[in-house]
Design a protein around this ligand. Structure first.
Ligand code: MV4
Length: 446
C-alpha cells in the first residue's frame, strides 16, 4: 500500500521536528502549522511548507481545529500528525479530520473516547480480567455512596477525575472524617479543569512505581509491545526522567506486563501507537492504571533499546499497513535514559522563558538530543517549558547513568535557567543509582 505524499504536523517544538525527520527519511513531504510567536522556529524552517494558523495563544492556534483543517486542505496534506498535547487526544479533532477525508495519524476517535473515560476503562478491564486497583466500579452517584465505597475499600483512598489526567481533581484521603470535604474539592477541581466533575475511587497505593508498556497496533488487530519504561521519577505529575528497561525487569516480567497491555488494547480494538500505564506496588503486584492514546514524550527511550522508529511505524499504521513486526522480532538491547530539560528555575521549577544566548547540544556515542532550540531563539512563555530531551543509551544502566552525567555537563545553555543542575543532583543520588525509588522520590528528597 502507498504511504502518504504529504503530512501536516499540528504541533510545535521538538516533537514537530521529530516528525519532520521521520517524514523526510520516508520520502514524505511535510507541512507544519505555527503560531505568530513560533515564526522563527526550526520546524518552520525545516518543513517543506509552513502555514501560520493564528496568534500565540494556543486556543487560537494549536487548538484551533478549523484553522488546522484548513491548513491541511490548503497544503493538500493527506494526513495530520498531532504530536503530543494540544489536539492529540481530542476525539472531535479526529472526527473533523475524517469528515475532511484527512487521515489522523493516531488511534480512532472511539479509542480516544474510551481511553479518556477512566472509570469506564476500569469497568472494561475488570470484565476482561485485567487487574485493577480495588475501588469503585460504576459511576458514583453521590457523596454518600462514595463514602460507603471508600469505607469498604479501607483508607487511605485516592479520588481521581473520571475524564482527568495530570493530577487535577486527584486527592488522597487518609481518614474517613476528611472524605466528604475532599470529595467536593476534587469534584470542583475536576469540573473546572475538564468540564466534568465525575470521580472514581481507588485504594491508595503508598509506594508505587509507574511502569508503562509501548504498543503498536494495526487496523487488523495485530498488536506488538516494545517493552516497558519506568517513569517513576516525576514531580507534580510531570515526568522528569524515564528509562527503559525497568531496572528490575526480566523476560518473564516483561512478557507478563506486555501480554496484559495487549489484552487492554484488544479489549478496546485499539489501533496505532499507544501506551498502557501500570502501577507496580512494593509487593510487585501489577495494576492497570490508564491508557495514553498518543505518541508520548518519552518514546525515544524505547526506540533506543529496540531500534524501532515509533513515529515511522505510526505513519505506516495510519496508512493502513499491516504490522511488519511480530513479537519475536522485538529484541531489547542495553539501557536507555531520558532527562527532560525544561526552561525552568531548577530550585523552584517556575518557568524561565527568554532568549537563549548560547545553545550547544551534547553529542557523542549513544547520545540523542531531541530539541528545536538554537542559539538566539527565544523560549516563549505561552507553551510547555520543555526545550530538549537528552536521551542516552548504554550497555547497562550504570553506563547510561555515567553517560547522562557526562552529557548534561557538556550541554551549554546560556541566557535562561534550565533544570540541568537538578538532574545532575539526581544522577549522584545513591537511591537513584541503586534503583531504590518510587513515584515519591523527588518529594521525599526535599
Ligand atoms: C495512584 C497513586 C496511589 N494509588 N493511584 C496517578 C497519576 C500520576 N500522575 C499520579 N498517580 C497516582 N496514582 C493509586 N491507586 C499515587 C499516584 C501518585 C500521586 C498521587 C497524588 C499526589 C502525588 C503523587 C505522586 C506520584 C504518584
Amino acid at each position: 500500500m502507498k504511504l502518504f505524499k504529504k503530512i501536516l504536523i499540528a504541533n510545535r517544538g521538538e516533537i514537530a521536528l521529530r516528525i519532520i525527520r521521520a517524514c523526510r527519511e520516508m520520502g514524505i513531504e511535510t507541512a507544519v502549522v505555527y503560531s505568530d510567536i513560533d515564526k522563527n522556529t526550526l520546524p518552520v524552517r525545516l518543513a517543506d511548507e509552513a502555514i501560520c494558523i493564528g496568534p500565540a495563544l494556543s486556543a487560537q492556534s494549536y487548538l484551533n481545529i478549523p484553522a488546522i483543517i484548513s491548513a491541511a486542505e490548503i497544503t493538500d496534506a493527506e494526513a495530520i500528525h498531532p504530536g503530543y498535547g494540544f489536539l492529540a487526544e481530542n476525539p472531535h479533532f479526529v472526527e473533523a479530520c475524517t469528515a475532511s477525508r484527512i487521515s489522523f495519524i493516531g488511534p480512532s476517535a472511539e479509542n480516544i473516547r474510551v481511553g479518556g473515560d477512566k472509570a469506564r476503562m476500569r469497568q472494561l478491564m475488570k470484565r476482561r480480567g485485567v487487574p485493577i486497583v480495588p475501588g469503585s466500579n460504576n459511576r458514583i452517584v453521590d457523596e454518600r455512596e462514595a463514602l460507603e465505597i471508600a469505607k469498604k475499600i479501607g483508607f487511605p483512598v485516592i479520588l481521581k477525575a473520571s475524564t482527568g489526567g495530570g493530577g487535577k481533581g486527584m486527592r488522597i484521603v487518609h481518614e474517613e472524617k476528611d472524605f466528604i470535604q475532599m470529595y467536593h474539592i476534587a469534584q470542583k477541581e475536576a469540573f473546572a479543569a475538564f468540564g466534568n466533575g465525575d470521580l472514581y475511587i481507588e485504594k491508595y497505593i503508598s509506594e508505587m512505581r509507574h511502569i508503562e508498556i509501548q504498543l503498536l497496533a494495526d487496523n487488523k488487530g495485530n498488536i506488538v509491545h516494545l517493552g516497558e519504561r519506568d517513569c517513576s521519577i516525576q514531580r507534580r505529575h510531570q515526568k522528569l526522567i524515564e528509562e527503559a528497561p525497568y531496572v528490575f525487569s526480566n523476560p518473564r516480567f516483561r512478557k507478563k506486563l506486555g501480554d496484559l497491555a495487549i489484552k487492554v488494547a484488544k479489549a478496546m480494538k485499539y489501533r496505532n501507537a499507544g501506551t498502557v500505564e501500570f502501577i507496580l506496588d512494593k509487593d510487585n503486584q501489577i495494576y492497570f492504571m490508564e491508557i495514553n492514546t498518543r505518541i508520548q514524550v518519552e518514546h525515544p527511550v524505547t526506540e533506543m533499546i529496540t531500534n524501532f522508529d515509533i513515529v515511522k511505524e505510526q505513519i505506516k499504521l495510519a496508512a493502513g499497513k499491516t504490522l511488519s513486526i511480530s513479537q519475536k522480532d522485538v529484541k531489547f538491547s542495553g539501557h536507555s535514559m531520558e532527562c527532560r530539560v525544561n526552561a525552568e528555575d531548577p530550585e523552584r521549577f517556575v518557568p524561565s522563558p527568554g532568549t537563549i544566548s548560547l545553545f550547544v547540544p551534547p553529542g557523542g556515542h549513544g547520545v540523542r538530543t531531541d530539541t528545536a532550540a538554537y542559539s538566539g531563539w527565544t523560549v516563549p512563555a505561552h507553551y510547555d517549558s520543555l526545550i530538549a530531551k537528552v536521551v542516552v543509551h548504554g550497555r547497562d544502566r550504570n553506563e547510561a547513568i555515567v553517560k547522562m552525567r557526562r552529557v548534561l555537563n557538556e550541554f551549554i545553555i546560556e541566557g535562561i535557567k534550565t533544570t540541568i543542575p537538578f538532574y545532575l543532583k539526581i544522577l549522584d543520588d545513591p537511591d537513584f543509582i541503586s534503583g531504590n525509588f518510587n513515584t515519591h522520590f523527588i518529594e521525599n528528597k526535599r
